[in-house]
Design a binder for this molecule. Sequence first.
Ligand SMILES: C[S@@+](CC[C@H](N)C(=O)[O-])C[C@H]1O[C@@H](n2cnc3c(N)ncnc32)[C@H](O)[C@@H]1O
Length: 322
Amino acid sequence: MTRGALNCISYQIVTGDGSCPIVQSALVRRRASPRPGGPIAVGADPARDSGGMTRGRDPAYPHSTAVDRTLGRVVVRSHARQSSLRFLEVDGHMYGAVDLHDPQRLELDYLARYATLLDAVLPAGPADLLHLGGGAFALPRALGVRRPELRQVVVERSAAVLRLAQSQLGLRSTKALRVIEGDARDVVERTATGSVDAVAGDAFVGRRTPRRLSTVEFVTHVARVLRRRGVYVVNLIDGPPWRVLAAHAATVRTALPHVVAVGSPAVARLCESGNVLLAASRQPLQRSTLAWRLDTGPDASALVGGGRLAALAARSHPTRDR
Ligand SMILES: C[S@@+](CC[C@H](N)C(=O)[O-])C[C@H]1O[C@@H](n2cnc3c(N)ncnc32)[C@H](O)[C@@H]1O
């Protein structure tokens, strides 16, 4: 996969909760290209991706705006110096980034990690992938270039986001990448049993996954639409004391008992806030194979320890529809 240049910065994490080192040096890879000013990263890891997006630095130019009644103001910005690099900002949060000239470029770290994880869990050859939440449609487009044999369907609830993705972010619906305007839960409930190899959740309102996409009833439907070896992956934003991760892990494993979680190395040690990708399946997920694939991916990634994840899930309760 072609990637933006990366550079390394070293810094120290200071924590005092006993489970993380008190002072720990870390080496973090960050994309070298500058980021626009304004939004706080949401779909993206706020601890890392917002690093280059602090207000007032290196401003990006607003291109087009629209308003969504649920989400708020939707803005597409162009990068100040690379006009083909566009950012989708929703209600002040960074929801996605896409390079119009290079769809394989995943500027946001969590999306690069997400692509590596999906590539690792999908079967070789043709496969069916259902994405929940379109945003900038960066992830499905990057995967479509990397794996042209994939059949992808993307559900996006917001007409405003969809319109801007089509007019400003170069999105085209094709046979290999079908776009549905609608609610992810409604679409999952209508999807045929045993018809997809992976469901990729990245639907956000503000900084959270909507509740109707976070319950036992919802993951039961997700499990139903997955093929026997199918995998459900969902992007979460969380940090100590990891209540969101714990609740999702407890919920997801009611229908898909084999669960792993992936993040940046500091997030995977549960020492730093950020994006966590939770992956769940009926069949055991090969931790060693996944660890190797993540290791060779574009971003430093690691698995949350199996025991620590199980302990988190055990201290939470599955979330149910009200
Ligand atoms: C962080 S963005 C997704 C980024 C995307 N993965 C990409 O590759 O660019 C989250 C999106 O989820 C959408 N969304 C929120 N709730 C939804 C729902 N119930 N059904 C479908 N989409 C939803 C939002 O409108 C927003 O566009």
